[in-house]
Design a protein around this ligand. Structure first.
Ligand SMILES: Cc1cc2nc3c(=O)[nH]c(=O)nc-3n(C[C@H](O)[C@H](O)[C@H](O)COP(=O)(O)OP(=O)(O)OC[C@H]3O[C@@H](n4cnc5c(N)ncnc54)[C@H](O)[C@@H]3O)c2cc1C
Length: 473
């Protein structure tokens, strides 16, 4: 019988969480193994998540500008999506990223096993080729998978997930999208901009329901202006095949609606990918949906087994998965002066156009918790740089503590909001006040300088100064 190999840390999954836990533990001089059963190495972010989606969204944004070039006094004729070229470019870029990650995984800093793993007990894993590995500590980073809710007919009807949408090499004639979350909205706009007829059916009264109604209304308006058919506040009744396409029935404003399309895209969310791990054999507790229950140090109910990323939540965001995994690896090997991941600085970006980005507290959190705060906002359609860029959707809104003016949160909907929100990231990490931020230089004319207007307004409400006067056009 083959000898069982022993490791200080075994990471199950070589995605954002697993890879980064392994990297940190190897850097601490530990003997580490990474196990990943996927056909291609790279994880969700690189292969089928962040990177391919942002590659395609950027392409679609350029196409959108080309089609509306007359706004800028330009004549561009015949702008259209060449899907074979778009697909080839995406494959090349993602292939490069994946090769880079594979090189890091196979570079010799740790052992890599290309198999699926399941627990035999709290210290032993069996791999799909029968190999058994023994670990002192474990990091579970098995990610998430698309969920298929129990909607009559859904399981029997062929549907796309984000994997198929990101891999299209043709323009679909028409697509019905079920769901109104981040993935649904980003890819709805992509599909619409490359030329598909898009119908988005969403249960909550607004798309992007984790964001404020005010913010999601701006994105909804942009979608309506671009011709996306959006039904919010619906109740799905059934899904089925109709000839070579699909048919979806739902209730909307008390009326039964029926919509048909060539394709169906299930964007109803993802769930933790833990079913095949045999967590019960190790005594690991999970929520009913399979999410691994963790404490603030990423430890599961079995303290030497950690979890990070999509399989443990609470969010599906790459920089959070990395921070959790690094924390877990350091905690497992008793690195001193650690701090839990700070969710009071949660940064969230939706890559629609206009983008929607938030950091820290949302206004609804502050209201729910009864936290006293001052707020101010400023619209992009009254800001010089955005006006000259024809980027008029949205606003910047800031929340600050009333006495000292410490920034509690910010919400930006607008052109490049995902970049602009980073003006607040360092400031908030350093517990800056509105007056601290106003002391910084803000170049004119930039999109970023719009941030100074709500800052000034809050400073004014506090009886403070107005530091950057006189730069508005
Ligand atoms: C379309 C889309 C767009 C997205 N865009 C963004 C974005 O712009 N920004 C952002 O922050 N986040 C985005 N996300 C979310 C982000 O991709 C995920 O939060 C992140 O990739 C999760 O990393 P992870 O390490 O938890 O899981 P993964 O990267 O999925 O890694 C899990 C790994 O575990 C392996 N595995 C699973 N089970 C086993 C097993 N039993 N044995 C061995 N190996 C196993 C899998 O093969 C996989 O490689 C997006 C997601 C999607 C779907």
């Amino acid at each position: 019988m083959a000898k069982i190999k022993n490791y200080d840390l075994i990471c199950i999954g070589g995605g954002s969480a697993g890879f980064n836990a392994a990297r940190v533990a190897a850097g601490l001089g530990k003997k580490v193994a990474v196990i990943d059963g996927a056909r291609q190495l790279g994880g969700l972010c690189i292969l089928r998540g962040c990177m391919p989606s942002k590659t395609l969204l950027y392409t679609a944004e350029i196409l959108h500008h080309a089609r509306h070039a007359d706004r800028f006094g330009l004549r561009v004729t015949g702008a259209r999506a060449d899907m074979a070229a778009i697909h080839a470019r995406k494959k090349r870029i993602i292939g490069d990223f994946a090769r880079y990650r594979a090189k890091a995984l196979t570079g010799g800093k740790f052992d890599l096993y290309r198999h699926n793993a399941a627990f035999l007990d709290a210290h032993t894993l069996r791999l799909s080729d029968g190999t058994e590995l023994h670990g002192k500590k474990f990091l579970i980073g098995t990610g998430s998978k698309v969920s298929v809710p129990s909607i009559p007919g859904l399981r029997e009807t062929p549907f796309w997930t984000s994997d198929e949408v990101l891999d299209l090499d043709f323009v679909p004639k028409s697509v019905i999208i079920l769901g109104g979350g981040i993935v649904a909205c980003e890819l709805a706009q992509y599909l619409n901009r490359i030329g598909a007829k898009v119908t988005l059916i969403q249960r909550s009264p607004h798309i992007l329901r984790h964001h404020s109604d005010e913010a999601s209304t701006v994105v909804q308006q942009a979608f309506a202006d671009e011709g996306i058919k959006l039904f919010a506040g619906t109740q799905l009744q059934s899904v089925g095949k109709a000839g070579r396409g699909v048919v979806v029935s739902f209730l909307h404003n008390g009326k039964r609606m029926v919509r048909r399309a060539a394709h169906l895209f299930n964007a109803l969310g993802r769930e933790p990918n833990t079913a095949g791990l045999n967590v019960a054999a190790a005594g690991i507790r999970t929520k009913p949906n399979g999410q691994i229950i963790i404490n603030r140090w990423q430890q599961s109910s079995v303290p030497h087994i950690y979890a990070a990323g999509d399989c443990s939540g609470p969010v599906e965001i790459v920089h959070v998965a990395i921070a959790q995994a690094e924390l877990a690896a350091r905690h497992a090997f008793k690195v001193k002066r650690l701090k839990p991941v700070d969710f009071s600085l949660l940064l969230n970006v939706v890559f629609t156009d206009p983008q929607l980005a938030t950091i820290g507290a949302l206004e609804s959190d502050l209201r729910e918790k009864g936290v006293k705060h001052l707020s101010a906002s400023y619209p992009f359609n009254d800001h010089g740089k955005s006006i000259l860029m024809e980027a008029n959707y949205g606003y910047v809104k800031i929340f600050a503590e009333p006495r000292r003016g410490r920034i509690l949160g910010a919400e930006i909907v607008g052109k490049d909001a995902g970049e602009l929100i980073h003006c607040f990231a360092t400031a908030m990490a350093m517990r800056a006040t509105v007056n601290d931020m106003l002391r910084a230089p803000w170049y004119h004319p930039t999109l970023a300088e719009i941030i100074t207007y709500p800052l000034e307004e809050i400073a004014g409400k506090m009886g403070g100064h107005s530091a950057v006067a006189g730069i508005r056009p």
